[in-house]
Every structure is written in C-alpha cells, then in structure tokens.
Write a protein that binds this ligand. Structure first.
Ligand code: MG
Length: 250
C-alpha cells in the first residue's frame, strides 16, 4: 500500500463532499514539517564559528540534510566537547533561530509545495499553524512561503481568505499550548480534514481534537523523548506523493 494513501483518500473524499458541508481545512505546521531547518541550523553554526574559530573544523563537517534536532548535539557527536563554547552556541542559537534573517535559509521538503497546492485546488482552506512568532517572524515566513511556491494569505488581515498564517503572539508562549488555543478558531472556520505535524505530541492533540481528520506525522526530526504516537496518526517518511506528477502535468 502506498504510504501516501491516507492523503489520497482524503483528496478523493473531497470530490464527493456535499456543497453545503462545512469548509474543509488542511492544517500545516512549518518547521520540520513543510520546511527543512537543516540549512538554517548550519548557517547559525557557521555564523557563530566566526567568533569561536576552534569550532570551525567541526562545523565544516556538518551537512544540512543530516542535521538533527539540536545542533549542539550534532557537534558533540562529531567530537567537539568544549561545554562553555556549546553553551555560548546555545544562547546564540536561541537568539537567531527564530529570526527573519535565518528563517529564509530553510529548504523545502520534496513534494511539500505540490501537496499544499493539490489540497488547495481540491477545495481546502490552507491554514499554516506554526510555533514561529508574530510579529518577529511574519515577514520572513511570508517571503519563505512565497519564494518556495506555497500559497500565501491575500491580505494582511486574512479575513475571509482561503489561506491563513497563524503565528504565536509572543515568542515565549509554549508551542503546543498555543496550537490548542487555535483549535477553537479552526472549529469556527469549518471542518479540519487533514493536519500535518512533525512533533508527536502535537499530532496526537490534533487527532484527539479532530478525530475524523487524517492526521499525518512527517517523520523528520522532533524534540527528544516525545510521548508515544497515538495509533490513529499516519506516519510518512516523505511528502513526495503522486501530487508531484499531477502538478507537473498541469
Ligand atoms: Mg514543527
């Protein structure tokens, strides 16, 4: 069975949806779900190594597509062990990772743009729900979405639009708590039929809140020691499904 089948079935169901059914919504996380943060983490490590040249030989061995969830751990695995420098890098990372400048360095996972476009074409409202913060990262996020070819909101207010970008109101807010708060807004907008996440606890919360939705965990990287994934969440190694060809043929 194709691993992408749950998404294809959801696409198929959209075709037979009654005209008066609540608007279907597809919800997408951004970091490590649609966007690969490896190039961003690598750029941050390179920028920091200008201040601490002893780190440079280790940073030079990093590869953007093989970076883990934690760049400090990646460097330790390569044999770098100066705890003070790693602590400094952690502070530097926290100050730079969630910024417009570095966010634009992300790459896009293969098939992600085509997937979002295919679901939009099938009638879904596109709802980006991210732990990035507003206003700090809205301009960079919009630029990154647009330059990759993702649909973007048509107006700053997004009222009544079919593409919505929802970011955290403050950097400090906890990601999952923020996302759960947005569930009410989603219920008011229509019916969540698909949700994409890379963090197992977030995927679980989606399925618990929207049990009829197809919830997909994109198995990229995630925070350490997550809770077990609920049985109903679909796990995908990649987003490169048949929608790539469908888009290419248009
Ligand atoms: Mg994420």
């Amino acid at each position: 069975m194709s691993p992408h089948r749950p998404i294809l079935e959801a696409l198929e169901r959209l075709k037979s949806r009654p005209a008066d059914a609540p608007k279907p919504i597809a919800v997408y996380d951004l970091d490590s779900t649609l966007f690969c943060t490896g190039p961003r983490n690598l750029a941050i490590a390179r920028a920091f190594s200008k201040f601490r040249p002893q780190l440079r030989p280790y940073v030079d061995q990093l590869e953007s597509h093989r970076m883990g969830w934690n760049v400090m751990a990646d460097l330790q695995e390569l044999g770098f062990s100066d705890k003070n420098v790693l602590t400094e890098l952690r502070h530097f990372w926290r100050a730079t990772f969630f910024t417009d400048h570095f966010v634009k360095m992300d790459s896009v996972y293969p098939g992600a743009v085509e997937l979002v476009q295919a679901l939009r074409k099938a009638g879904c409202l596109t709802f980006y729900l991210t732990g990035r913060d507003d206003p700090g990262m809205r301009p960079g996020t919009l630029q990154a979405l647009a330059s990759a070819g993702f649909p973007i909101p048509s107006s700053p207010e997004e009222q009544g639009g079919d593409v919505i970008l929802r970011l955290k109101p403050t950097w400090e807010e906890e990601d999952l708590a923020f996302k759960i708060q947005v569930f009410e807004e989603l219920r008011g907008l229509g019916e969540v039929i698909l949700a994409f996440e890379n963090e197992p606890p977030n995927a679980n919360e989606f399925l618990r809140a929207f049990p009829t939705a197809t919830v997909v965990l994109h198995a990229t990287i995630h925070a350490p020691d997550p809770e077990p994934l609920d049985a109903g969440v679909h796990v995908l190694d990649n987003l490169a499904g048949p929608w790539i060809q469908a888009t290419a043929l248009q």
